[in-house]
Write a protein that binds this ligand. Sequence first.
Ligand SMILES: [Fe+2]
Ligand SMILES: [Fe+2]
Length: 396
Amino acid sequence: MKHEKLPSGASAETPAASPVVDEVEANWQRVVRRRSFLRGVGVAGAVALPAGKLFAQSNNGLSRGDAALLRFAAAIEFIEADLWQQYNELGGQVDHNDNPNPGNPAYIAALQNLDGDMPQYISDNTDDEISHRDFLNAYLKSKGAQPIDFRQFEILRPTKAAGALGNGRLTNLQKLTVDTSWYFRYRSTQNPDLGAKFPQLINIANQPAIPLQSTTGSSTFQAIANVAGIHFAYIEQGGSSLYPVLALKATSLEVLRILISIGGVEIDHFSLWHDKMGNAFAQPLAPLSDPTTGLTFLDFNNQANQHNAQLSAADQKAGGQMFQTNLIQPEPCQFLSPDLPACSVIRPTLSAGGGPMATVQSFIADGLFIGQDPHFLQQLMELASEAEAAHRENDN
Ligand SMILES: [Fe+2]
Ligand SMILES: [Fe+2]
């Protein structure tokens, strides 16, 4: 894991690593030369322009819709890579590439209470997101499309807790309001694509998921590590829904292959974190209260805690299934029609609940962009609306 700021894809500054990269770079340079309108804005991948200004028509075999899908996916991966890198610095497995960085020992210890292998899993997840971002950007460039580069928005102050590096960040992990309704969604027999709604498992509002300079006390470190574990699953369940939504809009088979292949790994991540976060709500860690914030993690395997008045009548009826912490594989639910048998599926897979706009709105509500430049949000929303508008164009 390298800690220097990682540029998007095979940028002009990146040394060519292989003939393939050479070819990608040469192709990109040809495109850059062709596009005189880009000269005035610094080009060479350094400026993230609104997608709508770049694609008046198809280019190099990538339809406008497919380019929009991959550009939005690259934007999300850029965001994921930034937030995972922060988790990795503080709680990941340290290796020789970490310059050397010992992480934050109290945070690592608290994460390891969720699972002894947490640091390794965090580092692996970080590597995956960086690879998603860089692959998507390199592929876009190879097709003559503009990659995503948000480096100009790495402006947020990092935590000053021990272990964090000093560079600016794209995402804010210090005041998260984590949506935990996905926990009920994956235990329910109801499907949000058919209108089902789910309450929060636990109300996490304005909480850090990484230690702050002022953080002290083992219970507070544990609460922060618990929030992180829940946030990991929240982020990856989002990717698990987003990629199928994007795939359903793809025109070329190769773009479809990219989307379902990366999407499968997001699901793999989600499943892992779903398992680990459950340990925050099970003995011996639970029950636990953060003495500074009052945030409380109940033992959800205790029948006395297996109730939530906001659950729907059907979900109330399901009883302990809605809470049991080792039910980490999706319960069969309604799919396509209530008249068909229940099916164990990713949900939602419709754009209204899991698509590009929904994803951006959810990330904003999460607090990831607190303090960010409004221009960043504007660019992100433009990318989302381009991807939202994409649709499958033929039967290739
Ligand atoms: Fe990813
Ligand atoms: Fe991910």
